[in-house]
Design a protein around this ligand. Structure first.
Ligand SMILES: NC(=O)c1ccc[n+]([C@@H]2O[C@H](COP(=O)([O-])OP(=O)(O)OC[C@H]3O[C@@H](n4cnc5c(N)ncnc54)[C@H](OP(=O)(O)O)[C@@H]3O)[C@@H](O)[C@H]2O)c1
Length: 199
C-alpha cells in the first residue's frame, strides 16, 4: 500500500526532511521577525524486532525523529529571543521496553536527552527546553492499523485512566510548557499518559 492509498502509514524516505524549518525560517523572519515558541512534534513510529532491524529502518527513524528535530530547533534558534520556550515531543517509550520498539524508543530517548543538554546550552539566553511525553494517543497512525478499535481497546485496559489520550490533551501540556505558567520549569519531562508509564 503506498502513501496515497493510506496517508497515515508514514513512509520515511521524505528526506532530506528539513523542508519545514528550512523553508519556514526565512518566511517567519520576514513576516514575524521572531519565534517565541517551538514545539518540535514531527515524528513517526515503526517496529522491528532485534535481528530484523535494517539500516533503512534505523536511518529513517533517526533521521525523522532525531535529526529532523535537532535541525528544526537549530534553524529556529537565531530567531528565538531570550526567554523563549522550546518543547520537544518525546514519548513514554523511552521509559519502557516494548518488544520490537527498540529503535523508535531509542529515538525518543535521544529527544528526552536533548531537553536536558539544550537546557544547559541555552542557559545564558534563559530559553527553557522541556519534553512532553505522550502515552497512547488517539491519532491517525493508530486509526490506520487493521482492527484499530479492538487493538486500542486492548491497550486501553492496561492504562490506569482506561483510555487513549487525545491530541487536545497533549496540546494543553505543550501549551503549559510554552506559557509563563511554567516559567520556572526547564529541562523536565512532562508525561501525559493516563498513568501508563507511571505505575
Ligand atoms: N500517537 C501516539 O500514541 C504517540 C505517543 C507518543 C508520542 N507520539 C509522538 O507524537 C508525534 C506526533 O505523532 P502523531 O501520533 O500525531 O502522528 P501523525 O498524526 O502521523 O503526525 C506526525 C507528524 O509528523 C510529521 N512527520 C512524520 N514524519 C516526517 C518526516 N520524515 N519529515 C517531516 N515530517 C514528518 C507528519 O507530517 P505530515 O503531516 O506531512 O505527514 C505529521 O505532521 C510524533 O513525534 C510521535 O512520535 C505519538
Amino acid at each position: 500500500m503506498n502513501r496515497q492509498e493510506n496517508p497515515f502509514r508514514l513512509p520515511p524516505p521524505r528526506l532530506p526532511l528539513l523542508r519545514c524549518p528550512g523553508l519556514a525560517a526565512p518566511q517567519i523572519k520576514r513576516e514575524k521577525g521572531k519565534i517565541d515558541i517551538v514545539f518540535a512534534n514531527a515524528g513517526f513510529a515503526k517496529f522491528a524486532s532485534l535481528g530484523k532491524i535494517t539500516e533503512e529502518h534505523y536511518d529513517s527513524l533517526f533521521n525523522a525523529n532525531v535529526k529532523g528535530l535537532l535541525f528544526t530547533v537549530q534553524k529556529a534558534l537565531p530567531l528565538m529571543p531570550d526567554g523563549a520556550s522550546i518543547i520537544l515531543n518525546a514519548s513514554i517509550v523511552s521509559k519502557k521496553g516494548t518488544p520490537e520498539w527498540s529503535v523508535y524508543s531509542a529515538t525518543k530517548a535521544a529527544v528526552r536527552s536533548f531537553a536536558r543538554t539544550w537546557t544547559s546550552d541555552l542557559k545564558s539566553r534563559r530559553i527553557r527546553v522541556n519534553a512532553v511525553s505522550p502515552g497512547y494517543t488517539d491519532t491517525a497512525p493508530w486509526r490506520s492499523i487493521e482492527g484499530a478499535d479492538q487493538v486500542m481497546q486492548t491497550i486501553s485496559s492496561g492504562i490506569p485512566l482506561g483510555r487513549f489520550g487525545t491530541p487536545d490533551e497533549i496540546a494543553k501540556a505543550a501549551l503549559f510548557l510554552a506559557s509563563d505558567d511554567s516559567s520556572y520549569v526547564t529541562g523536565t519531562e512532562l508525561f501525559v499518559d493516563g498513568g501508563v508509564a507511571q505505575v
